[in-house]
Every structure is written in structure tokens, then in C-alpha cells.
Design a protein around this ligand. Sequence first.
Ligand code: MN
Length: 399
Amino acid sequence: MAESITIFDTTLRDGEQAPGFSMKPAEKVRLAQQLEAAGADVIEAGFPICSEGDFEAVTAVARVCRQAKVAALARAVEADIRRAGDALREAARSRIHVFIATSDIHLQYKLKKTRAQVLADTFSAVRMAREYTEDVEFSAEDATRTDLEYLIEVLEAALEAGATTLNVPDTVGYCVPAEYAALISQLKSRVRGIENAALSVHCHNDLGLAAANTLAALAAGARQVECTVNGIGERAGNAALEEIVMALHVRRDALPFFTNIKTEMLVPLSQALTEITGVGVQPNKAVVGANAFAHEAGIHQDGVLKSPLTYEIMTPQSVGLRQGQLVLGKHSGRHALQKRLAMLGYNFERRQLDEIYREFLALADRKKTVEDADLHRLAGGGALPRAAAEAQAQPGARS
Ligand code: MN
């Protein structure tokens, strides 16, 4: 039986923290509504103590989202927790997400606290967050570089204080998949009371392993994934929502899980984020990049035209694109050229097509891609577009 995975989207919090991605409250509301419509289970809307704007954004998102849970981030500090609780007051379903670093590196250099102090802070912070909501998530920041015995102690303290989700972030994107999976298995079997909480993962992409680490953790027993649209987030970003969702969707045979995300909303979500922030995605980005369903090489184009199964493991429609794209360039073959010409209304005899194909290749050598306007010019010397030809053939048709 396939098991359900909770999608915790943090585009509006971790994603927004990345340079160039800050969003105004109204923009966050717009994206939150789209995330909710797409089926995100939890939407982390911001870090209310950070600024007036972020407090306002979380308040506004909490007001409009009625299905999705709205989460607010807080350090394990009283002022943060109270501010998060206040921002979520009007939420239909709220979550406070409390975090504190647990690795010795962070304790020594950043927090300047002892392990005992951090353990005590964990307990009191989670308990305080529970005054505001029954849904409290605890994150052990830099968990993957934390001493295992100490990590277990901290997570047990969080559970005892009433945490309902335990997050094990790979904050600095340091883990490799087998190692992360082993950590999750250890925690599943050793943390007392863990069966009463959801185990969550939050992966960063510093080594390009965020999606791989996330999937490895699911196989090892994690049931909540933290991710962002287009994979935006601190430094190299977070695990990309669209990559996790489509990996689970396309490879149901290998990964027996499902999410509530409507896959055909993935491209519209990606485009909405791009529009709001003005930052595009790389063309070769998995699932939502401009080239994700584009084929230029002749052999590939010929294959896809005969059957998309040859070179597409998912349909463009399944992620919300109307159709794939055959990009015409110097690697393209006669078949793709003929197809595009037909779409533009031109039908040529074999001999004429050969002639146009030769001119097309010469042009493609000079230009990177050949556009429809170029094709009209190339084809202009030959047959007229069908519609024009028919109109001309019609007796009495005016020119
Ligand atoms: Mn993060």
C-alpha cells in the first residue's frame, strides 16, 4: 500500500530568505493561494519576528488559507514564539515551527551555549509553542552534523514537551543519500515515543543532492518533506517541490508513496514564482525548465514524433504544459522540419522539402535556433500556407 507524504512548502520562508527572492505580503498571499490550490499540506509563510513585513505576511496568509496548515518559524526564544503565535491567530489550522541548532559547531561558534542549555531551551520552547497550537514542529538545526546520541536526547525532549513533528534538517547540504537514510532509520528505531510524531526532512542542495537525500529519507521512514517551488532557498537552495512530487509520481513502482499535489499545477506554480520575483529558472531545470520537454536533436525529434515514450518519461501535460517543444536547430531532422512547416500551414513535396531542408541547415549553422518567422521566409518561395492557397483558389476571392 502506498503511503501518504506530507508536503511542507517553505517557498515563502526558506525560499524567500535567498538573495533576490524577497516577497511583499500581497505577493506571498497570491503564491500561498496557488500553493493551497495545488494541494500543499503545510505552507510555511514566514519568520514573524524578523520584520513587520514578515509578521504582516504570515497574518495575511493565515487569514486566506483555510485548507492548508499555515506555519510560522520561531527560534527557541520566548519573543519569537509569542510573535509567531500572534501572527497565526486567525489561522484555521496553524503550526508553530520552533528550531534550535544542535551541532557542536553551531553551539560553540554561533549560540555559545552548552549542550545542556540547548536541551533545556528545546523543552521550554516547544512547551511554550504548545500554548498557542496543538501542532508544533521542532527542528534540530544542522542535525546531520550533530552527535547522534545528543540528537536523540534533544528529539526526545522535544517530544516530551509536546512536539508533533520532528524535523531532521540537512541544513548545510552535507549528507549523501545512504548516510541520510541511515540516520533516519536510527532515529526511527531509537528515539523514544517517535511513533507519536511525524518525522520530517529538510534538505539543501549545496552538493546537488537535495532531492536524492529527500527520497532516500522517505524510503527510510520519513513522512514529511520540506521543499520549495523551483528549489529556491538559502545558498544553493532547498529540495525542489516539483522534483520530489514528480519522482514520486513517475516512479510509483520504486517509491510507494503519494502526495496531495496536483501535478498539472507545477508549471503554473513555477511560473507564478518567476513572475513575482523576476528570477527565472535555468533552462535545463528538471520538470519546470524551458528545455525540460524540448527536443532538438534529429534522432530525438524523430523518435518523439513517432512516440513520445521514446524520450519522455512524463507528459508535458502532466506538469501543466500544453505540449512539448520541438526546437529547430542544426541538430534537427527533416521529420521535425516537415511537422513544424505543416503546423504553420505549409505542405511540400518531398523534393521541395529537401531543398528547404538544405536552406534550413545553412541558416541553422548561422543562427542558434530557427524561429517560425525564419520558416515563413524559407517557405515563402514555395507553396503558400494552405489557408492562403485555398483563399486564392476560391473563385472571386479578393486578394
Ligand atoms: Mn533551510
